[in-house]
Design a protein around this ligand. Sequence first.
Ligand code: FO1
Length: 313
Amino acid sequence: MARAAEIVALAGGVGAGRFLQGLAAVVPPQRLVVIGNTGDDLELHGLYICPDLDTVTYALAGVVNPVQGWGLKQDTFACLAALERFTPETWFRLGDRDLATHLFRSDQLRRGARLSEVTRRIAEAFGVRARLLPMSDDRVRTRVKTGAGLLDFQVYFVQRRAEDEVRGIVLDGVEQARPAPDVLEAIRGAAAVILCPSNPLISIGPILAVPGIRQALRETPARVAALSPIVGGRALKGPADRMLRSLGLEASAWQVAQLYRDFLDVFVMDHADEPDAGRIEELGVRTRSTDTIMKGHRERVALARATLEALEL
Ligand code: FO1
């Protein structure tokens, strides 16, 4: 029997993880391919950490901390507390069990494995049946231009609590980065592509900037949908609204659709943003409004269903 074509999702961290939990409940997970952002990756304590890939892995495995949306549930922080004896660099909260993931990944990478290969092994070890691909095996570093200088993404986001005004975003290494194996093929051969409700600038933006990915989205015969992470002018999570404004853009659903207009077919937004529908349709993008606030499992599943309906799947 022919294999059903895949649903390909482009994902950042927490918002994507929550939406993908809903999607994996309505689509057989083996039909799901998730392409994850690696611009947020960091090296700390000799470890290579991939926060967005891990967030998606833990969410799909059902082991993510449900309150914060990242890290493992019921994790403890004994190692981090012990590290405080040696270094003040303990602002990035690495849990004891989460550390095992970073130890394994870092060791494999040091032995020459590719990030895509290690990501597959980690997801499999957590029993995730969806395929998770990093956007690239090459290192791309998101940096944020602020009044305090050019900051590594996690320094801006976690250590400095996203409080600096953002003057620009730099994606170091992206021009030389190649899409990870199967990324372009998955987009070109997909039944549909979904951009998760993630920050368009620092979560989806780095994925789209990897040479070839945006072009594959323009050229794929599959319909492409995006979910708005902005509701009524405010970010569902994180600093997306402030970031958009400080870069001279609108913090609105329309703005998100505008950033994706060259490849987008369907935009899924909150009922609260219905007044924006006309402006979005003028971009040549169909709109579908629904409840996009994902309080719990029921809302996540309903949002996934509404997205698939909007894609006519
Ligand atoms: N986010 C925080 O706000 N504070 C943390 O201390 C933190 C630690 C952390 C550890 C592992 C991991 O996989 C993710 C972690 N995150 C933390 C989340 C992460 O910084 C962001 O949510 C993403 O990079 C943005 O998508």
